[in-house]
Design a protein around this ligand. Structure first.
Ligand code: KIV
Ligand code: ZN
Length: 397
């Protein structure tokens, strides 16, 4: 892989799917996986096969159908977990076993009830076992960002010595900051990767709203794989949002000159498909894919956007696959937006008619949250309406 290419590892079907309200059945997972392949992700993590029969079947089916991407299956370091992941991936064009164990003292003591040396032995055994089944083995040190760094380095070196070629550093509880994340990636690069052919990956959760910022800082510091989800779905506050990472790399290529394989015009369609499958929308102001991400309501903004979208848009809606820019008409809208909307609706009105319509429009907008096209038409005086209706009919004839 080129030094400046970042692999996009999508975990919508695993970490995303395991969050409340996001579970998907087999048919839905397969439909979503096909969309992810079309979108151009490098790796689809399709499930956690030991967790349920459904997850096992989903990994198997996604592996059978998605032949152009790597399909990953998650497993703990237990022998039966690794074997089950391998079985689900049997038949994949590009299989990857992704095994993980926690490395922070808090997880060792209170969750795993294991000593540090036991976890080292579990890492070694699981990675070696996974390598018997798959060329490509990824190892994740869960809760890396709260782990003792000396111990983390030791575990990661053990994983590489046993055959792992992708090392994932998860910020499992969304605790770290961009500078800390960048520093940790540099430490792993200097003390684990060295001159070996190993990719550093990051997997950031969004508990402090920093998942995307932390992922970008990690890329800047040398990570060449990011784990993320469509719409940022995932445990608790979610995972890093795929569309936000990708568009930050795209729009700010001057500061972040890293290539990836995403077809950006498929971002909105992928987001819409996920929304339809899980049955809930993203928040309206969600970056890139939210309903308002490209909507301009304040009059001064609308005027600017009409003259030149670059006034307030750093990327076009079309570049992420949003059908068109939508000017929402509400009480902050200006005369220019109103005039443009009339024009789009086929009404060629005079300046005096616009003045009159604008004054009725502002008082209506004070009472109504949104003013719809039908309202605008009824605000026009009869003569303007008749004239336009005739010319619309005439144009259609
Ligand atoms: O958040 C996390 O630590 C995970 C790992 C299993 C990669 O999801
Ligand atoms: Zn996670």
């Amino acid at each position: 892989m080129s030094q400046n290419r970042v692999a996009i590892f999508d975990t919508t079907l695993r970490d995303g799917e395991q969050s409340p309200g996001c579970s998907m059945n087999l048919e839905e997972k397969v439909r979503m996986a096909a969309k992810l392949q079309e979108l151009g992700v490098d790796i689809i993590e399709a499930g956690f096969p030991i967790a349920s029969e459904g997850d096992f079947a989903a990994v198997k089916e996604v592996a059978a159908q998605c032949r152009q991407v790597t399909v990953a299956a998650l497993c703990r370091t237990a022998e039966q977990d690794v074997a089950r992941a391998a079985e689900a991936l049997n038949g994949a064009a590009h299989p990857r076993i992704h095994t993980f164990v926690a490395t922070s003292d808090i997880h060792l003591e209170h969750k795993l009830k294991k000593t540090r040396s036991e976890v080292l032995a579990m890492t070694r055994a699981a990675v070696a076992q996974a390598r018997n089944y798959a060329e490509e083995v990824e190892f994740s040190a869960e809760d890396s960002t709260r782990s003792d760094v000396e111990y983390l380095v030791e575990v990661l070196n053990t994983a590489v010595d046993a055959g792992a070629s992708i090392l994932n550093i998860p910020d499992t509880v969304g605790y770290t900051t961009p500078t800390e994340m960048a520093h940790l990636v540099q430490v792993v690069n200097d003390r684990v990767v060295r001159d070996r052919d190993v990719v550093i990956s990051v997997h950031c959760h969004n508990d402090l709203g920093l998942a995307v910022a932390n992922s970008l800082a990690a890329i800047d510091a040398g990570a060449r794989q990011v784990e993320c989800t469509i719409n940022g779905i995932g445990e608790r506050a979610g995972n890093a949002s795929l569309e936000e990472i990708v568009m930050a790399l795209h729009v700010r290529a001057d500061r972040l000159p890293f290539a990836n394989g995403i077809v950006t015009t498929e971002l909105f369609p992928a987001s819409q498909l996920l929304t339809e499958i899980v049955g809930f929308d993203v928040q309206p102001n969600k970056a890139i894919v939210g309903r308002n991400a490209f909507a301009h309501e304040a009059g001064i903004h609308q005027h600017g956007v009409i003259n030149n979208p670059l006034c307030y848009e750093i990327m076009t809606p079309e570049s992420v696959g949003v059908p068109t820019n939508s000017l929402v008409l509400g009480k902050h809208s200006g005369r220019h937006a109103l005039s443009l909307r009339y024009h789009e609706l086929g009404y060629r009105i005079t300046a005096a008619e616009l003045d009159e319509a604008y004054s009725s429009f502002t008082s209506l907008a004070d009472r109504k949250k949104r003013v719809y096209d039908q309202d605008l038409i009824s605000l026009l005086g009869a003569s303007a309406r008749n004239r336009a209706e005739k010319s619309i009919v005439g144009a259609a004839a």
